[in-house]
Design a protein around this ligand. Sequence first.
Ligand code: G3H
Ligand code: ZN
Length: 285
Amino acid sequence: MPVADPWRLLKEAQAGGYAIGAFNMHNEETTEALLLGAVEAGAPVYLQVGRAIIPHMGLRRAFEMTKRVAEASEAQYVVHLDHGPWDEVLEAIRLGFNSIMCDYAHLELNDNIARTRRTVEICHDFGIPVEAELGRIPDAGQDVNWDEYCTDVGQAERFVRETGVDTLAISAGIVHGTVNGEVPPLDILRIEAIREATGIPLVLHGASGLSETEIAAARGAGVHKFNADTDLRHAFRSGIETVWSEGDRQLEDAMAEGRRRMVVATAEKLRQYGIAGSLAHPWVA
Ligand code: G3H
Ligand code: ZN
């Protein structure tokens, strides 16, 4: 299938109050699972090339494999760079990514703004929408002072106005990975305030482990793209573990069961995001 138009997807998701599902690929089988889950849900999907895959196979190989598998599928998809540093953003443009997230959130505000603005200028010249991050998203288990990590509403207004970024990844009580035990509540009021201040679609990273109620509340507050990885990776892993717990089996048997479970989990996420069944829209430009 051809690539879906990310600009149109974001606009329609915001207008319709639903959200795009963006999920990390890790190998050929997980890429297939995301695409098959999208077909099952009747929804487009963002295939994310994330941080873990880069040291494993490199950006070019990850992109080429993702494209090859996606082009052979029935799904409508966008290939998205997740948390990209500057050099990777430039390489991603050259390779043909359809959507890019630059992540300079570790920098001081003025530097984050300057870098993001330059990224937006370059990406827009190539017709690529840009997501950037403001505030910091901790890893599961990290002990953080949330006041220092959460996105500041006033800074978000300035950041979006000065960078021209298309979507904003925010920190509002969310972590990368899933937590055993007490989870910080999502700061829905902060999300709403950032929406009011910026007017652009917001992105919630670390969306694994969220309840359906929290997902609905976040959508209502202005989140129109969820990034989830851990939950889907766990679905794949559970398939592998189940097959191997039955005794020695071929790796292919285990991966096939992992893929099957990840398809189901992907389709369920797309349903919760409200985007399932949306393929009636003309996503492809
Ligand atoms: O960018 C990727 C995500 O933020 C994944 O987070 O593994 O907690 O779902 P997660
Ligand atoms: Zn993330």
